[in-house]
Design a protein around this ligand. Structure first.
Ligand SMILES: Cc1ncc(COP(=O)(O)O)c(C=O)c1O
Length: 733
């Protein structure tokens, strides 16, 4: 069908146009553009290709030629706006609706879905579920306009014109033009930006809730139904289980935003608008329809998209508060007092707070803020170690290791591991070519010699065959890296190490949460190390940890990290030269909060990878991170390796993505190629010995993988990447 969506550039309209297009309809938008620029931070709406830029009060039958159905969403939606100018609410919501329906009828548009509202029930008896036959009791000009519109439309219904009334529950959920003046969205924004789920009332009013996407899907179901089933019918749209007390909605939000807490306003009043609604009629008429969301899932979705992207100003500002937006347009001289445009429309989107897409970035919830603040207040005197001890215990438990020692960085953990193993001058330590320099620099710092071996073409981690070939009588150890969250073939690496009597150290800096045959990253080799740098999956700003089952190593590391002070040392007496590599209590407190959220963080990372996988599809010549069946990859960095046949180097792709506002990182350069290591004996002929590393490094690129990557961001990056590839393919042809 050719469906006109009025208010397509609003909160629900921005989702409904997508949903109807996905359902196979040809969608035309109609909007005057009040909220056109109000993009959700980090999202870009995909408006229909054909739009009519017009005030809904001015639509005529000729605008509707060829249209089969109308989903009429356009309205002044705010109760406060209705109070401010009740006559405008009546003119836009009621009079324009009836005029639109008349024009539709004249143009032969047979189906007309009107977005009405459960708020028409006003103050209902909370002991009763109100069905469509319940008396209406509109308490606001907005609700009154809906009641009067329904009556006016019903009078027009006949054999050729089938209006249907969707009495929608209160909407929530993510949209490319989100509003935070709706109860659940407001509480999420409040929790994310202030740490408080702030209720202005006592929260004892009932509100049925409905995800805006489910609303749009219900509209699609009504459009697909036989006209006889829906002509002149009103349906309450929502789910019986989703009638909530406002204070229960607050509790759901508090659960979705770790560390946030519910606060109540001074007034102990009950909101006069309180209604519990019966949604059985819609369920009976559409037995195959399934609602996809609950308040809990919708809150989580909003948190994932908006965490780190909202400020307290968003709770009152014009980007997300419709009334504030209209007032700003009036005050700025753009709209007259009847909400007519005075001159040119204001269509420039709000400047994105993050104009560039960064390559990495953490997920910090109010829980991290709470624990760091708590540590700043309390982790002193006899309590100075309490967060370090807790953080260490959590990492030890996660990895199944006996000991965990918190340190200043992962680099210091590698340094101390080598020192504790007495590795020094004359010893060789094997490292994979492709890793961050921190895997190899400590080898040089302890006076030993790094030896570079090749990586596996699938896992991008150390190749067991190349490890075996690099071992000499001087080899003491190998540092194996779980690159970008991927896992090497630990069984074969262990076998090689055992056969040659060398020690393996696992550099799991990039892989917390990954698993190999069910065993967690951090449980392989004699000792494993983690990084909690700001770019990492779990962060403490800067920080590291060493885990081991070996009592002697753990004891040595404890001494070495603290200026060589032995447990028996007298105050300020030092037995040996050590290092100052301790982690501070504030960092450890952040680590505790992050470890509490580990499952959530890994799920987010895996979602980000899935967004890219979905958006890139089977782009020819692009290989993403591997996840063989026995591996669970925590995908620290989503990485694309381009087939050499595309003849595109990583630097070129990075420059072009950069010009498009997208930051990336090159796949690690081979260590033997790095100026810092070129003079090492093992760097000689390394390009010939380690061909996989040299080939993959040339065309590999890390895509933005920070926690602020949403499906939309991944889609934008993927679009940019595929268009770069297509451009070069055309040039090469
Ligand atoms: C593989 C690898 N090893 C070691 C490190 C060093 O970690 P840190 O920065 O915490 O010292 C990193 C961090 O970037 C890394 O990616």
């Amino acid at each position: 069908m050719k469906v006109l969506v009025t208010g397509h550039a609003g909160y629900v309209g921005s989702v409904a146009t997508q949903v109807l297009a996905e359902a196979g309809h040809e969608v035309v938008g109609l909007d005057t553009g009040y909220f056109l620029p109000c993009h959700t931070e980090g999202m870009t709406p995909s408006d229909p290709a054909r739009v009519i830029v017009k005030d809904v009060r001015e639509v005529t039958a000729s605008d509707l030629a060829g249209i089969d159905a109308i989903l009429h969403l356009a309205a002044l939606s705010n109760d406060p706006m209705g109070d401010l100018a009740p006559e405008l609410t009546a003119a836009i919501n009621r009079d324009a609706t009836i005029a639109l329906a008349r024009a539709a009828k004249a143009a032969g548009v047979s189906r007309f879905i009107f977005a009405s509202s459960c708020s028409i029930y006003g103050a209902g008896n909370p002991d009763l579920l109100l069905d469509e036959t319940a008396p209406v009791n509109p308490l606001t000009p907005y609700a009154a306009s809906k009641v009067e519109s329904e009556a006016g439309l019903l009078a027009l219904a006949d054999g050729t014109f089938a209006p249907t009334f969707m009495r929608n529950a209160t909407c929530y959920g993510l949209s490319p033009r989100v509003r935070v003046d709706l109860v659940l969205n407001n509480l999420v924004c409040s929790a994310l930006s202030t740490g408080e789920v702030r209720l202005l009332s006592s929260g004892l009013a009932w509100r049925p809730l409905l995800h805006c996407r489910d609303l749009a899907r219900a509209a699609a179901a009504i459009l697909a139904a036989d006209a006889g089933l829906v002509r002149g019918e009103a349906f309450n749209i929502g789910q019986n289980d989703e009638n909530h007390l406002v204070r229960d909605i607050a509790a759901i939000v508090a659960e979705a935003v770790p560390g946030s807490k519910v606060t109540y306003g001074a007034g102990d009043t009950i909101d006069p608008r309180s209604y519990r609604v019966d949604f059985s009629k819609f369920a009976a008429a559409f037995p195959d329809f399934r609602f996809m969301h609950t308040a809990a899932s919708g809150a989580k979705e909003l948190v994932a998209a908006l965490a780190g992207r909202t400020t307290p100003e968003d709770l009152t500002g014009q980007r997300y508060i419709r009334l504030a937006r209209l007032k700003a347009l009036i005050d700025g001289g753009k709209l007259d007092s009847d909400l007519g445009w005075k001159g040119a429309r204001d269509t420039t989107p709000f400047v994105a707070r993050q104009a560039r897409i960064p390559v990495a970035g953490p997920s910090i919830s109010p829980r991290e803020v709470e624990l760091v603040a708590e540590a700043a207040r309390t982790a002193w005197f006899e309590n100075h170690a309490k967060y370090n001890t807790r953080f260490e215990a959590m990492v030890a438990e996660h990895t199944g290791r006996k000991h965990a020692v918190s340190l200043a960085h992962c680099t210091s953990a590698i340094h101390l591991a080598l020192a504790a193993l007495n590795i020094g001058p004359g010893d060789e330590v094997i490292v994979p070519e492709c890793t961050w320099v921190a895997t190899a620099s400590p080898i040089v710092q302890v006076g030993a010699t790094p030896v570079f071996c090749d990586i596996d073409p699938v896992t991008w981690c150390m190749s067991p065959a190349s490890l075996a070939a690099a071992i000499t009588p001087q080899t003491k150890a190998a540092i194996v890296v779980d690159l970008y969250g991927g896992m090497p073939d630990w069984a074969r690496l262990d076998a090689v190490a055992r056969d040659h009597g060398i020690v393996l150290i696992e550099d799991a800096a990039e892989a917390i949460g990954s698993r190999w045959r069910g065993k967690p990253a951090g449980s392989f080799g004699k000792a494993s190390v983690f990084s909690f740098h700001g770019s990492k999956t779990v962060t403490t700003g800067e920080g590291g940890m060493l885990v081991t089952d070996d009592d002697a190593i753990a004891e040595r590391i404890n001494i070495l990290r603290d200026q060589g002070r032995h447990p028996t040392s007298r105050a300020l007496i030092t037995e040996e030269v050590g290092f100052k590599y301790r982690m501070s209590a504030m960092q450890a407190a952040m680590g505790v909060a992050q470890m509490e959220r580990l499952d959530e963080l890994i799920a987010m990372k895996r979602d980000i990878f899935a967004f890219y996988r979905e958006a890139l599809g089977d782009a020819p010549g692009v290989t993403l991170n591997a996840e063989p069946p026995h591996v669970l990859n925590s995908y620290w960095m989503v990485t694309a390796v381009l087939d050499p046949s595309l003849r595109l180097l990583k630097q070129q792709v990075a420059a072009e993505l950069g010009a498009d506002g997208i930051d990336t990182r090159p796949f690690f350069y081979p260590l033997s190629w790095q100026p810092a290591f070129r003079s090492q004996p093992s760097a000689r002929d390394a390009a010939i010995r380690n061909p996989n590393a040299y080939a993959i490094s040339q065309t590999g690129i890390n895509l933005p993988s920070g926690y602020n990557v949403t499906r939309d961001v991944a889609a934008r990056v993927s679009r940019s990447l595929t268009s770069i590839l297509a451009r070069h393919a055309r040039r090469a042809a």
